[in-house]
Structures are given as C-alpha cells and as structure tokens.
Design a protein around this ligand. Structure first.
Ligand code: ACM
Length: 526
C-alpha cells in the first residue's frame, strides 16, 4: 500500500492501511503549558489547512486523552528527533527536544488530508531524525533588499521543511543591508539601490533582532555574512579610503555587454550583476580597524555560533594578499567568540583559523580544483563538521528552473531541473572528506533576479524541498523513499498544503501535483 507523503523523507515510516484518525473541530490538542509554542504552531498549521481551530488542554489521565492529538517532549533520543503515531484512536507526537517536537508537528501538518465530509490523518508510525546537524538556506538580501516580512515568510516556509539555519548574505557590491552603530555611514550611504536600479533598503538592528527571534521560535539559527574582501563595492560609497579601485577584467566587461548596466566606479552605487571586481585594501591597518568594528558589532548582535566572512570570488585581490587577509580575518572572527564560516576559496589560506567551516559552492562533480580548496578546511583543526555543501548546479535555488523563465540565472551548468536538484548525495561530492567532516547542506538563493516574495517562492519551490531531503533524509540507497520517483510523488502531494499557506511554488513538469477538488467536501469516491 502507498505510504503517506512526507517531505523530507523520514528515517522510518510504516503504515498498515488501518483506519485513519478523524480530525474535527472538537478534536483537542493535549499539551503541557511549557510547550505552548508547539501547540500554537500546530493550531495555526491545521487552521490554515482546514479552517478548523482546535482547542487545547493540559494532559489529564490517558483515558481522557483518547480522540486527541497529544504533544509531548520525551527528552531521550537524538537531537531534533521525534516519533509520530497515528491510529484511529489518537495522534501522539513525541519530540526528543523542542526542535524535534516542532518537526513532528510539521510532519503532522503534511499528513492532514480531506475525508468525506471533513478531514483525516492516515494511520502511520514515523520514527525520524536528521542526517545532518546543519541544514541551511541562504537568502541574499544585498542584490535585492528583502524586508523583515519577506524574511519571516521565508523562515516559515523553510523551517517547515526542517531547515535549521538561515544564512543572511547581508552585504555585497550592490548594497550594505544591516545598520551598524559603529559604522552608520554604511547604510546611510550604501543601501539605497538594488540590482537593475531597483530600490534598496536595510534592516535596522531592531529588524535584525526581530528576524533572529522569529527564526529562533522556529528552531532556526541566523548565520550573518559580511562578504570579504571582495564583493565590497558598497563600502567604497561610505569609506572610499578602504577600497581599491575596481579591477575591470574581461569578465566584468562581458557581463556589462551581455546584461547591460555600467562599469563599476568607486563611490557610485553599482546596480549591475558582475562579480569579482572589488577589494578592500589588504595592507592598510584602517581596514582591520573597520573590520574589528563591523564584525565585532555583528558578532554581538548575533546569538548563534557562526560568523560568515565570505571569501568568494575575490578576483580583485592578489593570491598573496588574499591568503594574508583570510588568515587574519578568520582569526578575528574566532576572537569574537564565533566559528568563522567561509566560501570554499578560503580553504587555500595557509594561516586559516582551524575552527573555520568551509562552504563548498562548486559543482556536484567538481572542476578546476574546487574540491581541493574545500579539502583545505578538513585538513586543519578538528575533523568534525567542517564542510557545508551547497553545490551550485544542484541547490543554488536562483538558477533557472526552465529556460523560458525570466527568473533565474544559468551560469551553474544551465537550467537546474527539480530532478537535478534532487539527484546527488552530500557524501559523494568532495572526495577525501569523511562523513563526520560534513557539517551539512545549505541551499543558497541569490537575488539578482528575485525582487519579491513571489519571485523567491517561484525559484525556491519545489527545489528547496529537494535540498531539504539531501540535508535531513537518509542517504540514497539507505531508504526506499530516496528516489526521484518517490520524491516527485511526495512533493506533488504537498501542493494543497503549500497553496493553503500562500506559497507560490512553480508547478514544474515531471511532478504529479495533487489537486483537491473541494477540500473537506464529500468527494464521493473515498
Ligand atoms: C558564490 O556563489 N559566489 C558563493
């Protein structure tokens, strides 16, 4: 018999076809007051999906809890794990910890389905735990600025797929998006525009705290990125004395020819899409005074353990200067009490702070020594959790999903279909890296072409679900659910849930998108 659809695929799922649990307006949620967050998450998920607002009550004796949805935290088991037991008589969601309970609730929300005259939850037993501790999404708020409401919406959508880190790409050539008390000129002078001459914007510190709190309530840790030493043209608008002159390579001239826009000029806002022309002055102590202020303030504002220092595409910096800079700045981040994170190029730095985590953004089959750079991180310091995998030709969510869409780019080996986003395994990308050296998986979404939440939705969904499966689910081969055919059927079944939540996913070909005739109405065929 067909198993109920859950994405990302759980570690274990069994169903014997016995009678479902009938969900009705009188079904209570039984949960202790201390776990009100999980109760509220479930209430709102069920209400959005079905229109039913369930009441809650404190646990009584077990007999009184029959015909109820019971939420509880057990405290024993792997971090973030949960069990979900659905029978005709009851639904029990048992989290090892608060995060596990939250994920059990998300799974339960995916199981709710229309029944004749109402709603039901199919009988099922799920025992689930994540494959990787770090499951990230990245949102670029620099190429186009995205405000608190949009970031919160992205947190809602991605935490529901069991992602637990939100990497915010806060600065780039096109704008500086976080207000800093130590360096107020950055947002005063360098935040007004976005790519294509679109309006810019920035987050105040209150906005940033609001995002961190909202993410935390959904078990997501914010990872701030200040991209250095390249991708820093915006700094030249506020502190021209810290910026080298733009390096106008053939690549930059080609991008300007193909996509329009102007060549970058220091002190003038840049709204094109070229990369790799800017650099901070590497041999000037004023640069490090600036970075002590900037990284110090970002570290103080951020409760999470990570501080991303960028390091990608520093084509305007000599190899020797890059090496010196990355060593020094990775150690500065560590001295601020954070684990530095850097894109894979930084793995070449001879004096890299040993706790630095590398983020691989090469291809599933690496070319041009991308994998050797990534191995630089695993060669130093502890051998645990040193690499995050973000293969650009699989899970860069900003790549075009079909050739005709105006949204998205194609530089990462052309169009990235949902199938290509799905069919790769994190353990097989960088040779010579042991499984325990992998910290996890992150799906970035760069926003050169993404102006609105609707654009973000159209690019990210359904491919973010494929990335969630790489990050959470057992490896391909370790579960019969880990095939493209199974994924396509399961993700297609999420269409009514996503629609009820206002997620403007792209109904890509090759996925059987479920259509609900009239949710909750008598379908006659059931
Ligand atoms: C990157 O895509 N430049 C990390």
């Amino acid at each position: 018999m067909a198993l109920p659809s859950v994405v990302p695929a759980p570690a274990s799922i069994e169903a014997d076809g016995s009678a479902p649990f009938a969900l009705a307006s009188g079904t209570p949620i039984v949960a202790a007051a201390e776990i009100a967050d999980a109760t509220e998450a479930l209430q709102s998920l069920i209400e959005t999906r079905t229109g039913l607002r369930l009441d809650t009550r404190e646990p009584a004796d077990s007999a009184a809890d029959a015909r109820a949805i019971v939420l509880e935290i057990a405290g024993d088991g792997a971090a973030e794990s949960y069990r979900l037991d659905v029978t005709e008589a009851s639904v029990i969601v048992n989290g090892t910890d608060a995060a596990g309970l939250f994920y059990g609730v998300q799974t339960l929300g995916q199981l709710v389905e229309p029944a004749p005259g109402g709603w039901q939850i199919p009988a099922v037993r799920i025992v689930d735990a994540p494959r990787f501790a770090y499951r990230g999404v990245m949102l670029d708020v620099a190429r186009h600025f995205h405000d608190v409401a949009t970031v919160k919406a992205y947190i809602d959508r991605t935490s529901a797929l069991k992602f637990n880190h939100l990497h915010l790409h806060l600065t780039d050539d096109q704008g500086w998006r976080l207000q800093l008390d130590s360096r107020p000129l950055l947002t005063e002078k360098a935040s007004a525009t976005s790519v294509g001459g679109d309006p810019g914007g920035f987050s105040t510190q209150d906005d940033y705290r609001e995002i961190i709190d909202y993410a935390g309530a959904r078990h997501m840790t914010v990872v701030p990125e200040i991209d250095l030493p390249g991708h820093t043209h915006a700094v030249s608008l506020a502190y021209p004395e810290l910026s080298e002159e733009p390096v106008l390579s053939d690549h930059i001239r080609e991008i300007v020819r193909d996509y329009g826009g102007e060549l970058p000029v220091n002190g003038v806002p840049y709204d094109g899409m070229a990369v790799g022309f800017s650099s901070l002055k590497i041999r000037d102590e004023a640069t490090y005074e600036f970075l002590a202020d900037v990284l110090g303030e970002v570290a103080r504002l951020t409760p999470g353990p990570y501080l991303h220092i960028g390091g990608d595409e520093a084509l305007g910096t000599s190899a020797e200067d890059y090496d010196y800079f990355i060593g020094r700045v990775s150690r500065l981040a560590a001295s601020l009490g954070k684990a530095p994170v850097a894109w894979h190029e930084a793995g070449t730095a001879t004096d890299l702070e040993p706790t630095t985590v590398g983020q691989f953004w090469g291809y599933v089959e690496p070319i041009d020594g991308m994998d050797a750079k990534a191995r630089g991180f695993t060669a130093v310091g502890s051998d645990q959790g040193k690499l995050i995998l973000s293969p650009a030709d699989a899970i860069y969510l900003d790549m075009k999903f079909d050739a005709d869409s105006p949204l998205g780019l194609t530089w990462a080996r052309g169009v990235t279909t949902a199938r290509r986003a799905y069919e790769w395994d994190p353990a097989e990308v960088v040779d010579g890296v042991a499984d325990e050296q992998l910290l996890g998986v992150e799906a970035p979404l760069w926003t050169e072409t993404a102006r609105t939440l609707a654009d973000i939705d159209a690019l990210a969904f359904p491919r973010a679900a494929a990335a969630a499966e790489a990050a959470w689910s057992p490896a391909a081969g370790a579960s019969e659910l880990r095939t493209w055919e199974s994924f396509a059927a399961r993700v297609g079944a999420l269409a009514p849930l996503w629609t009820s939540q206002g997620i403007g996913f792209t109904p890509l070909d090759g996925i059987p998108w479920a259509v609900e005739v009239a949710a909750g109405a008598d379908r006659g065929d059931a």
